[in-house]
Ligand binder design. Structure first.
Ligand code: NAD
Length: 424
């Protein structure tokens, strides 16, 4: 088990373990609602002084945080890799990408947050301007798959705008959350406070009147609880939820490039990415060529406990059993296994061979639910319109991708996809 929790109203302990080895990574408090309130109060106490600083000073401080972040990146990547089971190089990629966001934020926050004149009705002698002020305490509830990268998409901006932050890391990656805060606070200002724990701590944060704005990243099912909690105080919420992304390939596309991209996007981080390519939808003229190219690219992907492998273990206990059951059900219903489909036999850890399926029945869970595992379903579309319909048939439109014969066709497909974003 990557983590053990014992939360029943009294303060317990969360122990995270390495999904590759079973070794204990660290222990921390499994906070109760009262513990979480105390953390929020500490964050509140720091808001006035931080909010009073001019934006230029806050931006300069973000650059100090960035220097501290880069200095301690190897340490953070090591803890991230240990708690999630991802390879050190993937964790390093995640952690170092954050420094780009810190950099960009520090140089652009002043422009984004500067006061703006707005026009008023011409005959009324008034001048109007918009001034941006901080909310106060921003709550950030984070998932385990990128435990440094995901919260750090939000935290730099919350800080730049003059807020302090209470971070609730996933219970599977608490040590990464604690170290992340230590690095940020190590730059000289106590701006991040951490509420460790699972559902109890998360629910307490979401429903607390002490939280002025909430950012939640996680699954749709948890999001419903979070929204109910936030509704108690009408707390504004930003939600980043799951996906079932499709990559569409049409006749005339560069098949070699499409296959390489599909394989990387489906299997990076063992498929445990919200924007992972879980479905590939292809038109008839290039179907067979694409399936063969994807099969060949998948054969190059190395899975296993070796630190240099491309695909590591699934982080969440029990997910391997769930996803193999979905694959088996689909195959029993007529799907064809092009690659993988089986568990890798190892002493520790839950490893799935990178899996590619074709001919998957429309109702199969493996095709309609987020798998969050290295599984790709290839769907044959009758034509471009049908490809778009298949992509939009799943109600988890986080993002999508298009490979087409030319940019004009790709853009026209992209515009018709019900997704938050599209990569062409
Ligand atoms: P999850 O929903 O199980 O947990 C997310 C967070 O919510 C954790 O910190 C958890 O402790 C907390 N939580 C659990 N119960 C809660 C409750 N009742 N009230 C408040 N908080 C509660 O998600 P996960 O398994 O950690 O992460 C995987 C999911 O996150 C996937 O669906 C993935 O697609 C999604 N995700 C989305 C994005 C994005 O940017 N859209 C990025 C990464 C992950």
């Amino acid at each position: 088990m990557p983590s053990e929790t014992s939360n029943s109203g009294t303060t317990g302990v969360i122990r995270s373990t390495n999904p590759r080895t079973g070794d204990i990574v660290g222990e921390c408090t499994d906070m109760t609602a009262d513990d979480v309130e105390a953390v929020i109060a500490a964050a509140r106490a720091a808001t006035a002084e931080w909010a009073a600083k001019p934006i230029g000073n806050r931006a300069r401080h973000l650059r100090r945080i960035r220097r501290e972040w880069i200095r301690r990146a190897p340490e953070l990547a090591g803890v991230d890799a240990a708690e999630t089971g991802k390879s050190l190089i993937d964790a390093a990629y995640e952690v170092l990408a954050v420094s780009l966001n810190l950099d960009w934020c520090s140089w652009n926050a002043r422009r984004g947050l500067r006061d703006r004149r707005v026009s008023t009705f011409p005959t009324v002698p008034k001048r109007a301007r918009v001034e941006y002020g901080p909310y106060g305490v921003v709550g950030v509830i984070a998932p385990w798959n990128y435990p440094a990268g995901i919260p750090m998409q939000v935290i730099p901006w919350a800080l730049a705008a003059g807020n302090t932050v209470v971070l609730k890391p996933s219970e599977l990656a608490s040590q990464t959350g604690l170290l992340l805060a230590d690095i940020i606070n190590g730059a000289g200002e106590e701006l991040i406070h951490v509420a460790t724990g699972g559902a109890v701590a998360g629910a307490a944060l979401a429903s607390s009147p002490g939280i002025d704005k909430l950012e939640f990243t996680g699954s749709g099912s948890t999001a419903k609880h979070v929204l109910r909690g936030a509704a108690e105080n009408i707390t504004p919420v930003v939600m980043e939820l799951g996906g079932k992304d499709a990559l569409i390939v049409t006749d005339g596309a560069d098949i070699a490039a499409a296959a390489r991209t599909a394989v990387a996007a489906a299997f990076f981080n063992a498929g445990q990415t919200c924007m992972a390519t879980e479905r590939v939808i292809v038109t008839p003229g290039v179907h067979d060529e694409l399936v063969e190219a994807i099969r060949a690219e998948t054969a190059k992907v190395v899975v296993g406990p070796d630190p240099s492998s491309h695909v590591g273990p699934l982080t969440m206990p029990g997910s391997l059993r769930r996803v193999i059951a979905r694959i088996d059900d689909a195959v029993a219903d007529g799907a064809t296994l092009v690659a993988g489909g089986t568990r890798l036999s190892t002493d520790h850890g839950e490893y799935l061979e990178p899996t590619v399926l074709t001919d998957v029945p429309a109702h199969a869970d493996v095709l309609t639910e987020e798998n969050f595992a290295p599984v790709m379903c290839i769907q044959l579309a009758r034509d471009v319109d049908h490809a778009i319909d298949l992509s939009n048939a799943v109600d988890l439109g986080l993002s999508g991708s298009v490979f087409a014969a030319d940019l004009t066709e790709a853009r026209s497909i992209a515009r018709r996809l019900d997704t938050g974003g599209v990569v062409v």
